[in-house]
Design a protein around this ligand. Structure first.
Ligand SMILES: Cc1c2[nH]c(c1CCC(=O)O)Cc1[nH]c(c(CCC(=O)O)c1C)Cc1[nH]c(c(CCC(=O)O)c1C)Cc1[nH]c(c(C)c1CCC(=O)O)C2
Length: 354
């Protein structure tokens, strides 16, 4: 495996000095790029694209060919895990993900399969190793998983949800069933991330997209507790180098202190939290990733640049910041605006590292 040519992303996550602030975008490979839409139509549909290592690799690299990004992220989806547990994932045009089967009872739980990383989920590991070899050391590759809580929301609701009524009803009236589901997910997801690390992932991110929908105590008991368990079970080294872990709870700004005790190296922040406050609260323990509102990319390149400058100043000088959006880039963004964002970070950030 060839030497890493650009390691400022890994260094910033470990709070080692860097020459400028590293930058990548959540969902950087996706529908806002015409070349992505082209490759997806070649694959037939989104899931076939995820399951074809060569095409998944191709779309992973597309944003890197356009922009000076400091990391690549595996092209896949968090819902590959519940799919491999037997729930039958499919995508309805314009409606997002759906499952053929849901998990709402003890009996549903007993039907769940325990997927093997070298069988049902082998295609993900093939994508990781194909991407690593194709990247050839340009930038590090990020692996990822959904958090147990976030995966469970899709498994219990049967798809996306606004109110989370089935899973919250379960949480309040059958907490043991939900704990059992979360526990099974924590074990599977720990294996899943370790298999990605073995296959070549150089950092991993846990996406807890819906942790912010929980009450204070419920977040600690039903989301964070299981993420703590995962992090404790991860192989944290590969090829003699530390594999940093990023924990991202969308809407989790109020729990940063508790999240900083999870063992994660970095916390992902959405745009509702100030980087100055976050750094004061937990900056001695963890690095911070974020946190521009993805909708800023609908504004002009000049306005985007101003916002990048504001966020760089909000974090302040020194390492420990990975620039990102506060959530995934949206499909209607102009690719040139995404370029203006990345270039602004590249151009404006060196003065914070002198
Ligand atoms: C909740 C969640 C999902 N998937 C994911 C999350 C957590 C992050 C978040 O909060 O956004 C994570 C994800 N999904 C995708 C990636 C790829 C890596 C990346 O570039 O960041 C990652 C890291 C590709 C994708 N995953 C999906 C697409 C769009 C599929 C298409 O091509 O039509 C992509 C590029 C599909 C997907 N997958 C999921 C939904 C709700 C949807 C449909 C949403 C929509 O329609 O915009 C579940």
């Amino acid at each position: 495996m060839s030497e890493l040519q650009n390691d400022r992303f890994l260094k910033a996550l470990l709070k080692e000095p860097v020459d400028r602030t590293p930058v990548w975008m959540m969902r950087q490979a996706g529908r806002y790029l015409p070349e992505y839409r082209e490759t997806r139509s070649q694959a037939g549909d989104f899931l076939s694209l995820c399951k074809n290592a060569d095409l998944a690799c191709e779309v992973t690299l597309q944003p890197l060919d356009r922009y000076p990004l400091d990391a690549a992220i595996l092209f896949s989806d968090i819902l590959t895990v519940p799919d491999a547990m037997g729930l039958g994932l499919y995508f309805e045009a314009g409606e997002g993900p759906k499952f053929k089967h849901t998990v709402r009872s003890e009996q549903d739980l007993s039907r769940l399969q325990t997927p093997k990383m070298d069988d049902e989920l082998k295609y993900v590991m093939n994508a990781v190793s194909t991407i690593r070899s194709e990247l050839n050391g340009r930038v590090p590759l990020i692996g990822f998983t959904g958090s147990p809580w976030t995966l469970a929301t899709y498994m219990v609701e049967g798809g996306s949800s606004k109110d989370f009524r089935h899973i919250k009803a379960m949480m309040y009236s059958q907490p043991d069933v939900l704990h059992e589901l979360l526990s099974r997910l924590a074990d599977t997801v720990t294996d899943y991330l370790n298999a990605q690390i073995d296959a070549g992932a150089q950092a991993v991110q846990i996406f807890d997209s819906w942790g912010g929908a929980l009450g204070h105590q419920a977040y600690l008991d039903f989301s964070l507790a299981y993420m703590n368990r995962i992090i404790a079970g991860l192989k944290r080294e590969h090829d003699g180098r530390k594999v940093p872990v990023i924990l991202f709870t969308k809407g989790g700004g109020q729990w940063l202190e508790a999240m900083a005790d999870s063992g994660a190296d970095a916390l992902g922040l959405d745009w509702t939290t100030s980087l100055t406050d976050a750094r004061q609260r937990v900056g001695d323990k963890v690095a911070l990733q974020g946190n521009m509102d993805p909708c800023v990319l609908y504004a002009s390149p000049d306005r985007i640049r101003d916002e990048v400058e504001r966020i760089l100043a909000e974090y302040g000088s020194g390492t420990g910041h990975v620039f990102n959006l506060g959530h995934g880039i949206q499909q209607f963004v102009d690719p040139d605006h995404a370029g203006a964002f990345v270039e602004a970070v590249v151009e404006l950030s060196p003065k914070y590292h002198r």
